[in-house]
Design a protein around this ligand. Structure first.
Ligand SMILES: Cc1cc2nc3c(=O)[nH]c(=O)nc-3n(C[C@H](O)[C@H](O)[C@H](O)COP(=O)(O)O)c2cc1C
Length: 358
């Protein structure tokens, strides 16, 4: 059976030294212009120094209209390159592979922050978002590709397309996307922008550059059956180095399922994977839950909240499979002692008040 400490290799890009990865975590620590700050570099490099095989950045906006919050990391402009280059060097020196998560906020972007009108796959009266034109879809695909090329120029090992959590690519996959121009209606059409982004990224990056995709499997207007079908197809097409399922709890049942139903993950983990590696994330908090997640048949595990509270988490789990993980709630002092800066502490405390005290 695969162990947490086993290295993992890919068709493109460097191998990772183990199966534990830092999940993409928005931390709002970037400068107002999207350039990396000292606090954000400190937070990420600490997780690389303390054992994670791969460290992923927070969701980074690929185009100004997709910027979703103040303090978001940017990769839409060459002005973002110097910070990313420094981060890439520091993560490599610490022994971790480095990946930038590429995002467009879609109707969840923030016009007050971006200075641009909201766009989405469809008109959305609730947010005021306007449906993208065909030309704008093409520009968006190009923006993902340009961002990936920028990541490679900065020396990052790869990128992950953010297709989860209701942002633009996920909005395309949802039930509200009834476009009839080839970019909606059925799952083939709804996923077309993702396949075009994959090909566009491959066209502008080298054969050494890692490309992954994150998907949600339910909620956000998604059908789990369609997401399982899409996952099966993308795995068999073999264009991705990894596919990362954002489950929020790797052991959960599908939303609304009867007790005793098969876990959500069971709809995905048995699909033939070819050369694409499968990752999962959600409530892996300690040694036993990491070992159990690995035993479920995945290739790697993303960890979020426990790694915010404990910068040593990866190395502690790798050396002691019984490691109980950090106790929640954590204090703000503990967070500060674990290389979490003030902006991130504020965001984490507000978003997850039950996990932070004082
Ligand atoms: C503070 C915070 C920020 C997050 N930011 C992102 C993000 O930028 N991109 C993303 O895909 N997921 C994001 N997530 C989801 C995590 O990547 C992860 O999937 C989720 O937290 C479940 O893993 P965990 O139980 O180990 O925390 C975020 C989660 C948290 C708690």
């Amino acid at each position: 059976m695969t162990q947490l400490s086993d290295p993992i290799d890919f068709t493109h890009g460097p191998s990772w030294r183990n199966r534990l990865t830092l999940a993409p975590l928005t931390n709002k620590q970037s400068n107002a212009d999207g350039t990396l700050s000292e606090d954000e570099i400190t937070w990420l490099t600490a997780r690389a120094r303390h054992g994670f095989g791969m460290v992923m950045t927070a969701a980074a906006y690929v185009a100004q209209p997709g910027k979703a919050w103040l303090g978001q990391l940017g990769i839409s402009d060459d002005a973002h390159l110097p910070g990313l280059a420094r981060l890439a060097g520091e993560l490599r020196d610490a022994g971790a592979a480095s990946i930038v998560q590429l995002q467009h906020g879609g109707s969840k972007a923030n016009p007050e922050v971006s200075g641009e009108p909201l766009v989405a796959p469809y008109d959305d009266p609730a947010t005021g978002a306007r449906a993208l034109t065909l030309a704008e879809i093409e520009q968006t695909v190009e923006a993902f590709a340009a961002a990936a090329a920028r990541a490679e120029r900065a020396g990052m090992d790869g990128v992950q397309l953010h297709g989860a959590h209701g942002y633009l690519l996920c909005e395309f996959l949802g039930e509200r996307n009834t476009r009839t121009d080839g970019y909606g209606a059925d799952i083939r059409g709804k996923a077309r922008i993702i396949r075009e982004a994959i090909e566009a990224v491959r066209a502008v990056t080298s054969s050494d550059f890692h490309l992954g995709l994150r998907l949600s499997t339910e909620r956000f207007g998604l059908s789990t059956a369609e997401m399982a079908q899409l996952t099966a197809e993308l795995l068999s097409e073999g264009r991705l180095d990894h596919l990362d399922l954002s489950l929020w709890d790797v052991t959960k049942l599908p939303e609304g399922a009867d007790p005793g139903a098969d876990p959500l993950l069971s709809h995905f983990v048995g699909l033939p994977r070819g050369t694409t590696r499968l990752g999962i994330a959600g409530k892996v908090m300690d040694g036993p839950s990491a070992t159990a997640a690995m035993a479920s048949g995945t290739d790697f595990i993303g960890i979020g909240r426990a790694a915010i509270a404990d910068q040593h988490l990866a190395e502690r789990i790798l050396t002691d499979p019984t490691y109980p993980g950090p106790s929640f709630p954590v204090t703000t002092t503990q967070l500060r002692d674990n290389a979490v800066g003030d902006a991130f502490i504020e965001y984490f405390s507000k978003g997850w008040p039950q996990l932070v005290t004082g």
